[in-house]
Design a protein around this ligand. Structure first.
Ligand code: FES
Length: 99
């Protein structure tokens, strides 16, 4: 059995940790652990942009995400839509949100 990963998500006023199982996105892991009220949890399908985060450490794979919500410069800075980021190791990220 694959082990789970620890996600450390920073936002303006707090740092929270979440357990993420293999195959889950960052947002799925957050919502499963009662963070549905967190401003990062929106459509959960890469379309609304509210879950934008900068990944600051760890390994991951990416799913499809809206180019309307994320430009090339952001992707080069490891900024992604967290509902389409699938951790494959412990991971750190900073919440940005939709601007
Ligand atoms: S929750 Fe809507 S784009 Fe991620």
């Amino acid at each position: 059995m694959q082990r789970s990963f620890t996600l450390r998500i920073e936002s303006a006023d707090e740092v929270r940790e979440f357990i993420c199982h293999p195959g889950q996105s960052i947002v799925q892991a957050m919502a499963r652990q009662g963070a549905s009220e967190h401003p990062a949890v929106g459509c959960r399908n890469g379309g609304c942009g509210v879950c934008k985060m900068r990944v600051t450490g760890g390994e991951y794979t990416l799913g499809r995400m809206s180019l309307a919500e994320l430009n090339e410069q952001e992707r080069q800075q490891h900024i992604y839509l967290a509902c389409r980021v699938y951790p494959t190791s412990d991971l750190n990220a900073t919440f940005i949100g939709r601007k």
